[in-house]
Structure formats: C-alpha cells, structure tokens
Design a protein around this ligand. Structure first.
Ligand SMILES: [Zn+2]
Length: 561
C-alpha cells in the first residue's frame, strides 16, 4: 500500500554517542538553571492578573494517553470514551493504510468541548459524514436519493427533508499550532463524540506525516475515504424482488466504504473534476461540502480503478515532489491543462459514480493502549489554546488578535505563549517577562522554548532550548530550534540528532529541514543539501532562516559541480 519513509540524511554512528552526552549535559543544565537564584531584573515587573477569566475557560482538564493529549471541559466519562476512540481509530487507520507496522512518534493535541465557539469560530473543516442512525442503507444510488431526499436547489425547497442531508453536516479542525503541535479541534454535540469525525481528523494528521504537503483535493479525499472506518453500521438488504444476500447483511465501519451520506452529498451537488483538482481548500457556505464529496469520489475511484497509479502518485507525494507535476506525469490522460484532460476525468468519475459497486473496503483490526493520566488545566492555558485554534482558522484577519492577547495577559501576565506572541505583534522583547515566568514555572517546557527563541546570548539560548527538549521530548519545535542553533555553531553536525528527531515528529517542520540542509552542506553532502533546501523552500521557511538557506546555496549551488 503506501510506502512510508523519510528522505533524511543517515545518522552517523558517532551522532548517537554525542547525543547521549549532550542530553546528559541538558539534565545538568536544566537542574543548574532551575536552582539558580533569579537574576536581578533591570526593572520591576507587575505580574498580577487584573481580569477574571471567562466562564467557558474554567473547569478544563488535560488527559495524556500514548498518542494524544486531550484538553477538555467535558465530563470524565465522555473524555474516557473520546481517548478510547482516538487511540483505537489511530491504530486501526494505520493498520488499514500501511502494509507494515510503523511507529510514528509524538502526540497529537485534541481540543474537545461543547462550547459554542468551537462549532462556530474554530472549526474550519466542514464536511458530510457517511452515515447516521437515520441514514444507513447501503448501496444508495442517486435515483433513489433524489426520490427520497430533499436537495436544496433553491426553488424546490418545499420538498420533504430526508435523513441523508443536513443531519450529516459536521465541523472540526486540524492544524499545527504556534508551538508546532499537530492539533485537532473536536466540537462535541449532545455529549456524543462522533467517531467518523474523529476518524476524519486523525486521517488528516496521518496524511500530514505520510505525505509532503498534499494538495487540498487529496487531503480531503484521503480523510473522507478513511473516515468511514468510524461510521455507523450500514444495512445491506437483498435487492428488491430477491432474497439473495450480496455481501454482509450489516456492514460495520471500514476504510473505503461508499456510504449513503457521501453518495447523497455527491448527488446533491457537483463540482467538475478539473475544479476539484485545482481547489484551494475553501468551501462556500452556500454550497456546503461539495468539494469534499467530489474529492472523496476522486480518491475512491483512484483507489479502486487506478490503484497502481495512485500508489505511484502517493510515493511521489511522500518524496516531496511537486503534486501538480506528479499528477501530470502519473496520469497524463487526465491532465487538466491538456485539451480534453479534465473532461475525460469527469466522464470516468461520472461512470464510476453511477455504477459504484464491487469496490474494495478494508476492516483490519488493531490493538490500542487506551490508558491515560489526568491533570487540571489553567484557564489561561485554555485561553491560549482556543486563541491559537482561532488564529489557525483566520490568520489573515488579525484585528481581533491584539485585544484578545491583551485580555489573556490581564488574566495571567506570565502566560508564556501569550507573552511571546504579544511581543511579536508589538515588536518588543519578551525577555524580562519570560525570565520572570521561568522563576515561577521552572518545569514549563513552553517557557524554556520561548526563552530560547528570545535570548540573544548564545550560551543562554543553548541551555534554554536544551532544557525545552529535555522537558518535552515530543516537541518538534524545541528540537528544531535547537538543531537550527547548533547548525550555526562551530560543530554543525551536533545538530543532526535533533534535526532528525524534529523531522520524525513533524515532517512539515521547515526549521528542522533548514537545519538538515545546512548540516548536509557543511558535510559536503550536496545532493542531500539541495534536496533539503528545496523542501524547506516548499515548506515556506521563515524569513529569519533565509540566511541559513543562503549559506547552503553558497556551499552547494547546483552549478558548483
Ligand atoms: Zn477534512
């Protein structure tokens, strides 16, 4: 099935021994710093909160399981069920997608709440689920659906409302947070955690690890294809006029089903294949879920009718090739830029949609560890999580961000992410406040990470980032920042274990990719350096990293050899 692998530079054997030594130094460094007397500050800082947090920020807890950190204000038993489903669905999805067991390190953060802002402001990913208790008959075709469901075509809004329409429209979100953490937002309605929604968002996370920046149609098509593993059981009665049962009588959730909800979404609205291929990832609220549905059909068709081509396309995505070019090379007959290319794809998809049957679905079981620990979550930490999620939905409209950060810091002046974010906006230094925060919270990895980013003194920067890595071995960002710093040092190869770990934790991390490029260039491994440079540019490396990238080109310009 999907070939899994990272194109990273092999770790020299000496790197392991070195990293052990360095980590020992980190432990010493952290202990020494934690016990050190606080430095006299150049000015007195008032650190008293002057504003009470809003009610919806109270009563949250954090639950840590093997692969997730769930932040929630829901009752314990609801979260226990959520953790069980998250772990189970992650294990089952991996088992059904990959030919062999692959350990993916790190944890995914999950924000789960019934708070209304989760549904309205924070959930950008809006799509249809494939089934519900009232929409569970298998093998629905468009003709049946048109006769039994109301399709919103404006003038005919008086038609009867069917069960495979609005009920199935859901919202959630997947994004990478300011702290570099893969994060899922799950609005929870009526105390019920919808397994299909969880399956969809977990699939987004897995796709971001398995494939390098896939295009929107692939991202949503893949997630919708996988989500049906979490669907409600489907009824599969014998065809009218016969008692001959075809396949299972009741079809439990499986990867790759064609459930009635997704079929109805397709029949109700349509996007051409060419439009789906060039979709920018935004759905219109007037025509909900239509690109998601068409993307699902495209992926489903590729999986069943063009499986060899799909494997090749996915292999190229995993190897960070340009997706448009990869599509044109693997499926030249469906190149939307060639005359007739989009029309042929449309024709093939329409034929497939009309005769959808006899396709393959997969339901391999997998064990999962569902144990977890619980701790309380400070309202200011909840506030910053929600703020980050909101920012992920609307990064272009920033007028709300400054006032919201001010509110956050009035509630807790030493909330470290807020301090550093506010300083970024104001173009001021957060150093004094961050140092003050560390006096109060010496074991908060976020404080050390933010301090490491803000410090200008090389030694202090190094100790802060080493401490962040030590306190949170799951943090890709802490590893990546440390790798970038070491890559600029006299011994750039010292950065290798940290850059490698950061890329394992977060293949989408531009900083770690820049560090890998720089290390490779220093070691005269120019092919790898140029490859990593290319990847870093595609990942959109931050402006402050361009000097490091320029150095790579300086050493390894393609014309050099
Ligand atoms: Zn999605």
């Amino acid at each position: 099935m999907i070939k899994f692998g990272f194109a990273v530079i092999p770790l020299p054997r000496s790197g392991c021994a070195f990293s052990a030594i360095l980590l020992a130094a980190v432990v010493l460094g952290a202990a020494a710093l934690a016990e050190e007397k606080p430095e006299p500050l150049s000015e007195e800082i008032v650190v008293k909160g002057t504003r009470a947090p809003d009610r919806y920020l109270l009563g949250w807890h954090e639950y840590r399981s093997q692969h997730f950190v769930v932040d929630s204000d829901l009752p314990d038993w609801t979260v226990a069920e959520l953790v069980r489903r998250l772990e189970k669905l992650r294990a089952v999805e991996l088992r059904n997608l990959l030919a062999e067991d692959v350990a993916i390190p790190g944890r995914v953060r999950v924000i789960a709440s019934s708070a209304s802002l989760l549904f309205s402001d924070l959930a950008r990913d809006r799509f249809f689920t494939g089934s519900s208790l009232r929409c569970q008959t298998y093998q629905m075709n468009c003709r049946w659906l048109v006769n039994n469901e109301v399709f919103d075509n404006g003038a005919s809004a008086a038609f009867r409302r069917g069960a495979c329409t609005d009920d199935l429209f859901v919202a959630a979100n997947y994004f990478v947070s300011r702290l570099g953490e893969p994060t899922i937002v799950l609005p929870v309605a009526g105390g019920r955690v919808h397994a299909e929604v969880i399956a969809h968002e977990v699939a987004h996370y897995l796709a971001s690890v398995l494939f390098f920046q896939p295009p929107p149609w692939f991202r949503e098509g893949f997630a919708s294809f996988v989500q049906t593993i979490g669907g409600d059981p489907l009824e599969n009665p014998p065809p009218t006029g016969t008692h001959i049962q075809r396949g299972e009588r009741v079809i439990e959730g499986a990867v790759g089903l064609a459930p009635p909800g997704l079929m109805a979404a397709l029949c109700r609205d349509h996007v051409s294949a060419g439009e789906a291929l060039t979709w920018d990832g935004e759905e219109s609220s007037r025509r909900p879920g239509r690109y998601h549905a068409q993307s699902w059909l495209l992926y489903h068709w590729l999986w069943n009718e063009r499986s060899r081509g799909l494997s090749e396309f996915q292999r190229r995505l995993a190897n960070a090739e340009n997706p448009d070019l990869a599509w044109r090379q693997v499926f030249p007959e469906f190149d939307p830029k060639r005359p007739g290319g989009a029309a042929s794809l449309d024709k093939a998809l329409l034929r497939y949609e009309m005769n959808l049957g006899g396709y393959i679905y997969s339901r391999r079981k997998a064990e999962a560890n569902t144990r977890y620990t619980e701790s309380t979550l400070a309202p200011s930490d909840v506030h910053v999580l929600l703020l980050d999620a909101r920012y992920s939905v609307q990064p272009q409209k920033l007028d709300w961000l400054g006032p919201e950060l001010t509110k956050l810091l009035e509630e807790e002046p030493l909330q470290v992410v807020g301090i550093s974010w506010h300083a970024d906006l104001d173009r001021t230094s957060p150093l004094l406040l961050l140092r003050k925060a560390i006096e109060k919270l010496p074991l908060d990895w976020r404080a050390w990470l933010m301090l490491g980013r803000a410090e200008e003194d090389g030694e202090r920067k190094l100790v802060a980032l080493q401490t962040a890595v030590k306190l949170n071995p799951d943090s890709a960002l802490a590893h990546s920042e440390l790798a970038l710093l070491l890559a600029r040092s006299e011994h750039p190869s010292d950065a290798l274990p940290f850059a490698k770990r950061a890329v394992e934790l977060a293949p989408w991390d531009a900083g770690a990719t820049v560090a890998l490029a720089q290390i490779a260039a220093t070691l005269n491994a120019c092919d790898e350096a140029i490859e990593m440079h290319k990847r870093a540019v595609r990942l959109g490396a931050r402006a402050d990293l361009h000097a490091q990238l320029d150095e790579v080109i300086g050493r390894c310009a393609p014309t050099r050899n």
